[in-house]
Ligand binder design. Structure first.
Ligand SMILES: Cc1ncc(COP(=O)(O)O)c(C=O)c1O
Length: 372
């Protein structure tokens, strides 16, 4: 048997006719860049998130970058985030000419450890970006409390957490803004690149709308220098179709995660992900922790099990961040996780047989003979 890490074809197959109709509508109206399909998706996504506004942009990296710019983050400022994330979180900070400052993560949730924030605070700190890694929200209450006490903005990197919840509230709606990626493999994925910012702040919404569209509120009247980060109409139309199935797709991911957890229960060699009491985890990634990870990945691939490592090198140790001056050992929890993580196949259409096969293969490659 072969089990892919992700099966987008299986996810899209039952919706093909809806996609055809939605894309044809865009073609017939020629509303390709921004326009009514983007506006409709923005309204729908805001409703889904229980947020006042959503602003569609080109991708998740744009969402983070434009939000930082709109909040006035710039040269000489520092933004606190975590080292175990996708590079885009740190890139967005750097592309505003600000400096990323990292704090270590919690060993159970893999998300920002609020107790570490104090150490990273300086008089240049302007914002915090917690990352809702793998689909589980960071522990937002203490982060928000710290931000309030020190006058900092909180921007949630919710690129992996569409529909995730913190104490019953949607990921992305707890801070000043939430940034989403609709990269095709995400829980809500487009047919190309797309992203969005959600916020309850009308002024922030307006700023991001202007920045994404060359600084214009009215065509060819530019009140500021912006950029071109518009969402395109075809992506918006596709996302509107898929959004209607997101809750159900997330529920299936949760069911599969439980299936894996049960299969691995009692095997000391395999550490399964932990769902915090405050969270509704939406398992964008189902990552276990094992020793000799690279051997496990190689052996799983040989058995036809698609797996990946999110992420093999924490951001502070990436060559691109050498100038920031961090060295190995700076964030032991994040570094240890980077050595142990293996992401297993996770998508809504996984079958019980596939889960059983993956679980059996994982048990075999970690050396558990007696796995039934
Ligand atoms: C945590 C995180 N932040 C930001 C991004 C950037 O999103 P995009 O690839 O849409 O630019 C991603 C996408 O992979 C991500 O996983």
């Amino acid at each position: 048997m072969k089990v892919p890490l992700l099966d987008l074809k299986a996810h899209h197959a039952p919706l093909i006719e809806k996609f055809d109709r939605a894309i044809r509508e865009v073609i017939e109206s020629s509303a390709f860049a921004g326009g009514p399909f983007v506006e409709r998706f923005e309204e729908e996504f805001a409703v889904f998130c229980d947020s006042a506004y959503a602003v569609g942009v080109g991708n998740g990296t744009d969402a983070l970058w434009l939000t930082l710019l709109a909040l006035g983050i710039g040269e000489g400022d520092e933004v606190i985030t975590v080292p175990n994330t996708f590079i885009a979180t740190a890139e967005a900070i750097t592309y505003c000419k600000a400096r990323p400052v990292f704090v270590d993560v919690d060993k159970d949730t893999f998300t920002m450890n609020p107790a570490e924030l104090e150490k990273a605070l300086t008089d240049r700190t302007k914002a915090i970006i917690p990352v809702h890694l793998f689909g589980q929200p960071a522990d937002m209450d203490p982060i928000l409390e710290f931000a309030r006490a020190h006058g900092l903005f909180v921007i949630e990197d919710a690129a992996q957490a569409h529909g995730g919840e913190y104490k019953g509230r949607k990921a992305g709606t707890l801070g000043d803004a939430g940034c989403f990626s609709f990269y095709p493999g995400k829980n809500l994925g487009a047919f190309g690149e797309a992203g969005a910012v959600v916020t309850n702040d009308p002024e922030l919404r307006k700023q991001i709308q202007m920045l994404r569209d060359h600084g214009q509120a009215r065509k060819y009247y530019h009140t500021m220098m912006g950029w071109n980060c518009r969402m395109d109409g075809i992506q918006a139309a596709v996302l509107s179709v898929k959004l209607r199935h997101l809750y159900e797709a997330n529920s299936l991911r949760r069911k599969h995660a439980l299936g894996y957890n049960q299969a691995f229960a009692g095997i000391d060699e395999i550490l399964t992900p932990f769902e915090a009491k405050y969270a509704r985890h939406v398992y964008h990634v189902y990552a276990i922790r094992v020793q000799k990870r690279d051997v496990v990945v190689r052996d799983l691939q040989e058995k036809g099990v698609g797996c990946a490592v999110h992420y093999p090198v924490p951001i502070h140790l990436q060559d691109a961040c050498r100038d920031l001056g961090y060295t190995k050992g700076a964030f032991p929890v994040a570094e240890n996780l980077a050595d142990e993580f293996v992401s297993l196949p996770m998508f809504p259409e996984l079958t019980e047989e596939q889960i059983e096969y993956v679980a059996r293969c994982v048990a075999e490659v970690v050396g558990v003979e007696a796995f039934a």
